[in-house]
Design a protein around this ligand. Structure first.
Ligand code: NDP
Ligand code: BG6
Length: 509
């Protein structure tokens, strides 16, 4: 670091390492472990962020050995590591801490072998009984895994060490199942041990929302109903269901994206300033504003929420099939691949300001952003002729791709006459800091090792999210195909979504 000539780059790296520990990945043979978890752990190791002796134990039913798991993960890291493939020396050192334990998810004998393996690793590698259990399995296995961890006495921390559990989405299928899941978790683990994943919270640009709002004096005074006309929160994807048709059929855009990721974004944009950056200080403010969102009543759903499903079309110059033709999808499916909702927040700061949320698959392009549209100036001093092409101020927080911030301003065109144009002031992460942003899973795994739950979802937020979505989901479930709007793949979603945009507002393209 001493010879790093770019002070910003040096600043951007935070050098801290957690206690030595072992991460146990249940479902290690699966997609998430290969695509995200092990590549993320490898990147952390490469950047020397992991503690000495750090170990991984893969646990699943597949017949693998330590060596076979290492070979499988080598291929995964070569393919999916965002910092490039490992050198021989890097891989040798990382793989030396990787082990496999075969067993069923409710098999006490398998967990006994796991416990013995963990004790041996503690002795050999100095991991001191500190463990993270990562549940990277289908949700139906969460209950059996937790029960068997409890029965095998793996859920409790030994004196002087810690035990944590990471639970993947989906966190329930509806409010009732989410409440049951949370009650189940709390019978076996203390809430302080539980880390519920919402990978959007850990995106660099999402964390920047808090920094931008509360580390700059200029935004907070105008961050309210007097100056802001509306807010649009978008997570558009160009991809389809990517071989996850079976999962998506039981989910849809609201369960998959809005109930969790988009609500988290809304909470960060709309919450009051927290009293500190402690996990619960931020989560307390987030839940307070989430609870102030006015739930739709059934008679409002058709006017304030729109669902869509993509048909065949063209994305990025390639012909793609419609949702109903995807593998694992019913030819008469009514699952929504697009959803848009208009919410209002009943509190002093936001009364009357609509928040528009939308997410869809197979849209024109990948674009996740929060657009804060300010009100027009109170007096039109400048004429509105052809040559005065400007719009009200707009602040766009770009979450991905092209991570950064854009502020739209009106400026005078050069020349004698006074004519206005909209111009953009830009901040780009890539060019400003020149370092690779951590992947969300890198950040989440490291934070869990530190015991920092700030970026993880608390029980009350999960249930509040479901409570807000239930009137919409119930209404759609009872509607058959009636209010399902089809849209061609490669477009911005169904035309019907435009009707949510009242008073001359328009969706961003
Ligand atoms: P997989 O379907 O790949 O399952 C993981 C492993 O669990 C499998 O390799 C298999 O291991 C075991 N398994 C699968 N189905 C069953 C079953 N019916 N009974 C017993 N064991 C089974 O899941 P993913 O890795 O894709 O996802 C893991 C979790 O992460 C899920 O909760 C998912 O919702 C979530 N997630 C995944 C994302 C992704 O991109 N994949 C993105 C966001 C969240 P074995 O047979 O060897 O025991
Ligand atoms: C996951 C959803 O939570 O988020 C996927 O299950 C979706 O359907 C993904 O594609 C989007 O994440 P990202 O980080 O690619 O925007």
């Amino acid at each position: 670091m001493a010879n790093d000539l770019n002070p910003l780059r040096a600043e951007a790296r935070v050098e801290r390492t957690p206690d030595p520990c072992t991460v146990v990945i249940f479902g290690a043979s699966g997609d998430l472990a290969k695509r995200k978890l092990v590549p993320a752990l490898f990147n952390l190791a490469r950047e020397r962020r992991l503690p000495g002796g750090f170990s991984i134990v893969g646990y699943s039913r597949s017949p693998l050995s330590d060596e076979a798991l290492r070979a499988l993960m080598y291929e995964a890291v070569v393919r999916f590591s965002s910092s490039g493939p490992p050198t021989a020396a890097e891989w040798e050192s990382f793989a030396a801490g990787m082990f496999y334990c075969q067993g069923g998810y409710d098999d006490v004998a398998g967990y006994t072998r796991l416990k013995e393996r963990l004790a041996a690793i503690d002795a050999e590698r100095g991991t001191s009984g500190n463990r993270i259990f990562y549940l990277s399995t289908p949700p139906s296995l969460i209950g059996p895994i937790m029960d068997t961890l409890g029965a095998s006495e793996l859920a409790r921390s030994a004196p002087g060490s810690w035990t944590r559990i990471i639970i993947e989405k989906p966190l329930g299928y509806d409010l009732k199942t989410a409440q049951e899941l949370n009650a189940h978790i709390s019978r076996i683990f203390d809430e302080s041990q539980v880390y519920r994943i919402d990978h959007y919270r850990a995106k660099e640009t999402v964390q920047n929302i808090v920094a931008m709002r509360f580390a700059n004096g200029i935004f907070e005074p105008v961050w309210n109903r007097r100056y802001i006309d509306h807010v649009q929160i978008t997570a558009a994807e160009a991809v389809g269901v990517e071989g996850r048709g079976g999962y998506y059929e039981g989910s849809g855009a609201v369960r998959d994206m809005l109930q969790n990721h988009l609500l988290q974004l809304l909470a960060l944009v709309a919450m009051e300033p927290p009293i500190s950056l402690e996990a619960d200080a931020i989560r307390d403010e987030a839940i307070k504003v989430a609870k102030a969102i006015r739930p739709l009543v059934p008679s409002e759903v058709d006017a304030h929420a729109v669902r869509g499903q993509y048909t065949a079309g063209w994305v990025g110059g390639k012909a793609v099939p419609g949702y109903r033709e995807e593998e694992g999808v019913s030819p008469t499916s009514t699952t929504e691949t697009y959803a848009a909702i208009r919410f209002e927040i009943d509190n002093w700061r936001w009364a009357g300001v609509p928040f528009f949320l939308r997410s869809g698959k197979r849209m024109t392009k990948r674009a996740a952003e929060i657009a804060v549209q300010f009100r027009q100036v109170p007096m039109r001093l400048f004429s509105t002729t052809e040559a005065d092409l400007h719009e009200p101020n707009l602040l766009v927080m770009k979450i991905q791709p092209d991570e950064g911030l854009t502020l739209r301003l009106a400026a005078k065109l050069p020349g004698h006459a006074i004519h206005l144009r909209s111009v953009n002031m830009e901040f780009r992460y890539g060019t400003s800091f020149g370092v690779r942003s951590s992947e969300a899973y890198e950040r989440l795994l490291l934070d869990c090792m530190f015991g920092d739950a700030t970026l993880f979802t608390r029980r009350d937020m999960v249930e509040t999210g479901w409570a807000l979505m239930m009137p919409i989901l119930d209404h759609w479930a009872a509607s058959g195909e009636r209010n399902l709007h089809f849209y061609e793949a490669g477009t911005w979603g169904p035309e019907a979504a435009n009707r949510l945009m009242d008073e001359g507002r328009a969706w961003r393209r």
